[in-house]
Write a protein of this length. Structure first.
Length: 571
């Protein structure tokens, strides 16, 4: 018998209510989950949009910076750095639909300077979404690449900084960072000025003369190759204003492709590297002795035998005259012994004072940020005074020396070097370091060095060159590398009315068959100066004239006439 028990109505109503509550709770949970999911999606989309805006803003800021950046020109208006509109060619490797090998072959044929077929094939098969193939592309090239018909190849216009002279004056100009700001050289110095909207359209003129710069780079590059030198530097400077018309540092780099340069190429040898510049210091020592009244012109100095000071011995070059030498002869024959004796009488205080007046104790005075600190002796013993007198034991940059020689020949006024073009009559006053009378005597003696001494290969016919060679062993940590030297010739022209200093320096040159194995400045650096002056002298307004020269008649009685001119193998 089956017993049927009826549920009370109240229990049935309670069960139905529980079901409705569960359904409502489920709906609420589902809605909350959907809202959270939607919020997450919105957050992700917002984040992506923000990143896109930021990256786009950075790109736009870079384009705006470059678009507004002013041009740099040389002193005659020739363009050195410009901002241009250019095309870029890129590819999305993962979206290529054509035959990659065939596309690579066609790209290599159109852009052989970028790479061969294998290089392009590597770019097309990379596991990345985007890669540049060519920047600063011409419209004609873009049209040819577009004709390949591959949709994964893309093109865009962007603003670029262009250095139309390629590597010329690279260290003076510098280069830009990826965000369009100057990273070195005058690009860095002038960054604010070049980006000033109020100055838009007004190019900045440098003191550089592109013609002179090209000539000096050519001659130094030729010498660097001939003598297998490690590096080379050169400067052409206006002696009355301090304007640098040429600044050469080799090896160099291409600011259009600065990423391909190493630290050695980026280093400005003329302003960052310091060297013991050897006998080029001797005229400074002689000028100090004359100007301070310590020694008169008719004095002679014993160079008959090596000079011993304590445990230190100072020698002259083999073949130099072993006799008493006058002041002009000391420079003509580049005597270490006679120079040391002169410095010993001048004394450490006066020598240091002169060196400080010439700025040898501070970084070179020029706008560039890339500047080396000189090596100044910590203690000035008697031997320190003697050796610094001929350029040993003290190290400065080539620019220091160029500025010093300008003061020696321009009437005695030292002025800071500048890479900015100076308007006529606006040269800085500078500071007097020697008298006009002393400066005139130095011009006479520097001219005699070229006529009769170690500087004869630095002569440029008609341009009345005067200068001094210097060859010093390369200083290394703890001493000297006897297998390497630094060869320098510092000169000025025309000596009857000096206008320009020209300096050439070779780091670690080697002797050649043509030089008989000699690797001194008389054989390598001096000819660079002579050839450079011959090329640029008339460009700079100096008329070659074989009938005029500085009068050296009053110096001739001080020179032993029976002694033949010194062979150009000394220091």
């Amino acid at each position: 018998m089956t017993v049927i028990v009826a549920r009370p109505a109240q229990a049935q109503h309670r069960s139905a209510g529980q079901r409705h509550a569960l359904v409502a709770t489920s709906h609420m949970r589902l809605m909350m989950l959907m809202m959270l999911f939607a919020a997450a999606v919105v957050l992700i989309i917002g984040r992506l949009a923000m990143l896109g805006i930021l990256s786009g803003g950075e790109a736009a800021a870079r384009t705006a910076a470059l678009a507004a950046r002013g041009d740099i020109v040389d002193r005659n208006g020739a363009p050195l750095a410009r901002t241009i509109d250019a095309w870029t060619i890129a590819v999305h490797p993962q979206k290529i639909i054509g035959d990659k090998m065939e596309i690579a072959a066609r790209l290599a044929a159109l852009m052989p300077d970028r790479g061969d077929q294998a290089w392009f094939y590597h770019q097309l098969t990379r596991n990345i979404s985007f890669v540049y193939l060519q920047r600063r592309a011409s419209p004609a090239l873009v049209e040819q690449v577009n004709a390949i018909g591959e949709p994964a190849l893309v093109f865009a216009r962007e603003t670029q900084r262009l250095y139309p002279q390629s590597t010329m004056a690279a260290h003076a100009l510098g280069f830009l960072s990826t965000d369009g700001h100057g990273m070195s050289g005058m690009e860095r110095v002038l960054d604010e000025r070049l980006l000033d909207p109020a100055q838009a359209g007004k190019p900045v003129a440098l003191a550089i003369d592109a013609r002179v710069q090209a000539a000096m780079e050519s001659e130094l590059g030729r010498a660097m190759g001939t003598f297998s030198a490690r590096g080379a530097g050169g400067i052409v400077m206006d002696v009355h204003t301090g304007e640098v018309l040429a600044m050469v540092s080799l090896p160099t780099f291409n600011p259009n492709r600065v990423g391909m340069a190493g630290s050695e190429e980026l280093r400005n040898l003329t302003t960052q590297s310091v060297f013991e510049l050897g006998s080029t210091f001797k005229p400074i020592t002689v000028a100090t002795a004359i100007d301070t009244g310590t020694i008169t012109m008719n004095r002679k100095f014993d160079a008959t035998h090596p000079l011993k000071v304590g445990g230190f011995t100072i020698h002259d070059e083999r073949g130099d005259p072993q006799r008493w030498l006058s002041m002009p002869e000391t420079l003509i024959y580049s005597s270490n012994i006679a120079t040391a004796r002169i410095a010993d009488e001048v004394g450490p205080q006066k020598m240091q004072t002169m060196f400080r007046k010439l700025g040898f104790d501070t970084r070179p005075d020029i706008e560039l940020r890339e500047k080396g600190r000189p090596l100044w002796p910590h203690y000035w013993a008697r031997t320190t005074t003697m050796t610094t007198a001929y350029g040993h034991g003290i190290a400065v940059t080539p620019l220091h020396l160029a500025s010093a020689y300008a003061a020696l020949v321009n009437g005695g006024i030292w002025r800071p070097a500048t890479l900015m073009k100076i308007a006529p009559g606006q040269a800085p006053a500078g500071r007097r370091v020697i008298s006009e009378a002393t400066s005139y005597k130095m011009r006479q003696m520097l001219r005699l060095i070229v006529l009769r001494g170690t500087g004869r290969k630095g002569e440029a016919p008609g341009y009345r060159v005067g200068g001094k060679t210097g060859t010093a062993e390369a200083a290394v940590a703890g001493g000297y590398d006897h297998s390497r030297n630094v060869a320098t010739f510092a000169a000025a022209f025309p000596m009857d009315a000096p206008k320009y200093v020209v300096l050439a320096m070779l780091d670690s040159p080697q002797g050649t068959k043509e030089t008989g194995g000699w690797k001194t400045a008389a054989w390598n650096a001096a000819p660079v100066v002579g050839r450079t002056i011959s090329r640029v002298g008339s460009m700079l307004g100096v008329v070659p004239d074989a009938q005029h020269d500085i009068d050296v008649a009053d110096m001739m009685p001080l020179i032993w006439q029976e002694t033949p001119p010194k062979q150009a193998n000394g220091n």
